[in-house]
Write a protein that binds this ligand. Structure first.
Ligand code: SF4
Ligand code: SF4
Length: 324
């Protein structure tokens, strides 16, 4: 797979620094039941990297010690990690809000029949990828049959109370473009999703987050092989807005890999750009139990324009609307 980092490294991005830590985003492994074309993790069924029990214990100890408000669990498909449910239950017992980056079709994989009930019982906020309300586009990006499986999963979640106006169970969907274009306005697209999924399937959800595709890993390699890398980067750079710099997720989030090493965000994790801290080459979560990293410089390069182009992208969707 062609690597875009040598090109991204040459592109300057404005200097930014970390703020107060609000969210610990933990990547528990790169295994996934899907192999989506835009995946910035390059996740798939054959990946073997996985967080072990001892590292999961470090995550829980850090949450307790630093009183972090939110645990955001991602992957791959995070539910495939044997420690997933233990992490959820222990974090909820501490009063920590838990988010699951959920691909919907995982609910129909072996051993996951009670997953939706488990998530509901623990009031886990679900952030589910649903790159279009049309079958063709979803199956093209995420694989044949993914659309139907996703619809069944959303209906299962709705039946448990997720995404209903009068319910505390939050179900947010994530949209990303099929190719090298910027996402359309979040509010308008959310209204279309709600209307079409509601009319056709009786599905409801809380918010739609629109995210730009990052020019790294699998999507980056496709851009390179199709000769579209320069044009996509140019599009991101031209659409950059300085006012988006305040809201980028790396200001308040710390990303942890399956071994416990830390990064400013999940994208930097995938580019293997560890958090800069003193003279250390690599920083482990256990090194930070007593350290405040606010004010620390964030490692930035050309890929960061994926977060600041147009309406901006963070793990909570478009920056302007996410902040409202
Ligand atoms: S985008 Fe999500 S669902 Fe698709 S392969 Fe990557 S981790 Fe799996
Ligand atoms: S990719 Fe986005 S979240 Fe990550 S360091 Fe760059 S601006 Fe921050």
């Amino acid at each position: 797979m062609k690597d875009t980092w040598p090109l991204l490294d040459k592109i300057a991005f404005p200097a930014i620094a970390r703020g107060a830590l609000q969210t610990l985003q933990v990547n528990v492994g790169y295994r996934c039941n899907q192999s989506c074309v835009h995946c910035h993790v390059n996740a798939g069924p054959n990946r073997t990297e996985e967080m072990d029990g001892a590292t999961a214990d470090v995550v829980l100890a850090f949450l307790e010690r630093r009183r972090v408000a939110t645990l955001d669990i991602t992957g791959g498909a995070p539910e495939l990690n044997p420690n997933f449910r233990r992490l959820v239950v222990a974090a909820r017992d501490m009063g920590v809000k838990v988010m699951d980056r959920h691909n919907l079709t995982i609910q129909e994989q072996p051993g996951q029949a009670d997953l939706a009930e488990f998530l509901a019982a623990n009031q886990v906020e679900i952030v589910a990828s649903m790159p279009c309300y049309l079958q063709d586009n979803v199956d093209k990006q995420r694989g044949k049959g993914v659309y139907d499986g996703s619809i069944r999963a959303l209906q299962r979640l709705n039946a448990l109370g997720y995404g209903r106006e009068d319910s505390p169970l939050t179900l947010n969907l994530v949209y990303n473009p099929l190719g090298p274009s910027l996402p359309p306005p979040q509010g308008e697209l959310e209204a279309d999703y709600k209307r079409i999924l509601g009319e056709r399937f009786g599905i409801s959800f809380n918010n739609l987050f629109t995210l730009a595709n990052m020019p790294i890993q699998r999507f980056g390699a496709i851009l390179l092989s199709q000769g579209q890398f320069d044009a996509y980067l140019d599009k991101l750079l031209r659409a950059h807005r300085d006012e988006n710099l305040d809201g980028v997720m790396c200001r308040s989030l710390l990303s942890v890999d399956y071994r416990g090493y830390v990064y400013d965000c999940d994208f930097n994790q995938m580019l293997d750009l560890p958090l800069t801290w003193g003279t250390r080459e690599r920083v482990h979560l256990s090194d930070l139990f007593d350290s405040d990293i606010s004010g620390n410089p964030i490692r930035v390069a050309g890929h960061c324009f994926g977060c600041t182009a147009g309406q901006g992208s963070s793990c909570g969707g478009a920056l302007k609307e996410a902040a409202e």
